[in-house]
Ligand binder design. Structure first.
Ligand SMILES: [Zn+2]
Length: 375
């Protein structure tokens, strides 16, 4: 079996004066180890093997910004959490966990480079056991973490490993993970556009852009609570079964995914969506497509294995009304009263049809009574 090299192993080789050019041809590398190879201008003689699912197989190493397909879901053995202090330590420094810590640092770098976090803002978690979660520490820039900074907590938020104190905001992540077993990772950040929506207390409207409907679903909005408190954890956690991306009012955004890359992508999707709404509004209007088109997108989402509560809970005419964002003073496809295409018009039309039918039935009933009396 080919050997997997981590960043710390390569750094150690360099500090011992060993050449990285002599690494085995079939060696595999963690993402941060590949960063070191790039830095040292060393090209492995063979591309990573197919067991590194999701990695480019072109023979070229991925650039730092090149997206990597989500493939870092950590599948632990149910009931197999390490128990004793020594077992926990061994687990915490195992090769697999070290690799995940490097992934967290890599994602931290990306949220920092995207400008999604400032100062010590943002935090990242990966669930690695029935009752174990890796998390970023408090008071650190997410752009400059190393695997040694990462800590581990249980699902109550008690720190069980790591030398730096864990972030207090881990409680919000745990509020999601306790309620949604599919949430294997959470990323929290303060990207400007999505946070601006959160500060305004509105979510972006639906029926605008296909991709967020398919890959994000409906964005949730959690009412403001003090960060890190049980109340904040509950408010966000209660929304998580229906929403993978949640705006935290007057605060920021938290997204969950099947792995850390997936959760990060949802953060990118969310902020890009919000930015597009803001820019399109400045161009003179936000125009929605019709609810039947949204149904097509929700069907695609379901085929991709992502559940969506909207079709079970909303009438078709209500599908495009999601989001408290006001599309006032922006021209819509049609105005109301003409049976047009905007969702609220469609609902009004449906309600009007119902009222007409009720009135007709009432008139008929009265007529029947009068005719009966006359005869
Ligand atoms: Zn925050």
């Amino acid at each position: 079996m080919s050997k997997l090299y981590t960043a710390s192993e390569l750094e150690k080789m360099l500090s011992n004066g060993e050449s990285l050019a002599n690494l085995p041809a079939d060696a595999k590398y963690t993402p941060m180890a590949r960063d070191i190879l790039r830095r040292e201008k060393v090209t492995p003689s063979k591309s990573p093997s197919s067991s590194s699912a999701g990695m480019p197989s072109s023979g070229k190493l991925p650039r730092i910004h090149e997206p990597v397909l989500p493939n870092y879901e950590y599948n632990w053995k149910l009931g197999g959490d390490p128990k004793s202090a020594s077992e926990l330590q061994r687990f915490f420094y195992s090769k697999e966990i070290q690799q995940l810590k490097e992934r967290m640092c890599h994602i931290g770098r990306r949220i920092w480079e995207k400008g999604y976090v400032d100062g010590n803002g943002g935090n990242i978690t990966i669930r690695v056991g029935d009752n174990l979660v890796l998390c970023t520490p408090t008071l650190i820039s997410k752009g400059f973490m190393t695997p040694d900074d990462i800590c581990m907590v249980d699902l109550e938020g008690n720190q069980v490993a790591g030398t730096r104190p864990r972030t207090s905001e881990v409680n919000t992540h745990l509020g999601i993970m306790r309620r949604v077993p599919e949430a294997k990772s959470c990323v929290h950040a303060h990207p400007v556009y999505a946070t601006a929506f959160a500060v305004s207390g509105v979510t972006p409207p639906s029926c605008l852009i296909p991709e967020p409907e398919v890959f994000l679903g409906e964005i949730g909005l959690a009412k403001y609570e003090t960060p890190g408190t049980p109340e904040m954890s509950d408010k966000v956690g209660e929304l998580a079964p229906k929403h993978q991306s949640i705006l935290m009012q007057n605060h920021g955004v938290i997204c969950w995914g099947k792995d850390v890359e997936d959760a990060y992508w949802k953060m990118e999707n969310t902020d890009a969506f919000c930015q597009t709404v803001v820019v399109s509004r400045s161009l003179g209007g936000v125009k929605q497509y019709t609810p039947d088109k949204l149904i097509d997108l929700i069907e695609i989402r379901k085929k991709l294995g992502m559940p969506d509560h909207r079709m079970d809970e909303l009438r078709e005419c209500e599908l495009c009304d999601a989001g408290e964002y006001t599309i006032s003073n922006t021209p819509q496809p049609t105005d109301c009263g003409c049976g047009g295409t905007s969702s609220s018009c469609a609902c009004e039309l449906e309600e009007k049809k119902q009222t007409d039918a009720d009135t007709e039935a009432l008139v008929q009933k009265i007529t029947d009574i009068i005719m009966q009396k006359l005869s």
